[in-house]
Design a protein. Structure first.
Length: 176
């Protein structure tokens, strides 16, 4: 199995800083903006995006973390039963602009599950999507508003995102 590096730690930092500027530019203000990270790696990327926006604007945006396990459409195919937890948000997302943050956009099913969880609990005015890597192969009509890097891949390849908080290093690579 070969591994091709796409982004190192400094590349990830630059990419998140660019995405932070794009989020601010598109939304014209931090008012009613909420960052929501999808567990696991999206959670840490969302925290970093929140920090970048705070560095730029001096405003600490509300941050939510979402575990979408219960909302997945492939639950019946999993051999282990997930621990079912009710989704609850610290902040009321109704009327807010929610920016979902995830590491890799592939089929779109994870994002669909996140939107289901959000909409079951609130009625945001907008839902936007920020991803570190878009690798293509969508199965649902979902497109990211903010993309760190578009990486055309084959279905046999795997995009691996590593974050310091979980993996001990920041790295994005493609495995053949």
């Amino acid at each position: 199995m070969s591994e091709r590096e796409l982004m190192d730690q400094s590349g990830m930092q630059r990419t998140l800083k660019r995405i932070a500027h794009e989020v601010l530019e598109k939304n014209k203000s931090t008012e009613k903006l909420v960052i929501l990270g999808i567990k696991t790696r999206g959670e840490f990327l969302a925290k970093r995006l929140q920090e970048k926006i705070e560095e730029i604007e001096g405003v600490k945006l509300p941050l939510e973390i979402l575990d979408i396990t219960f909302y997945r459409d492939d639950l019946s195919k999993k051999s282990v039963s997930p621990e079912v937890k009710a989704v609850s948000f610290e902040h009321d997302l109704t009327g807010k602009k929610v920016v979902i943050v995830d590491d890799v956009l592939y089929t779109g099913r994870t994002v669909r599950a996140a939107m289901d969880a959000i909409l079951e609990n609130a009625r945001p005015s907008h839902i936007q999507l920020a991803v570190l890597v878009d690798r293509g192969h969508r199965e649902l009509p979902i497109r990211a508003d903010y993309v760190g890097k578009n990486i055309p891949t084959s279905k046999q390849e795997r995009v691996k995102v590593e974050v310091e908080e979980v993996d001990g290093k920041d790295l994005v690579s493609v495995l053949d």
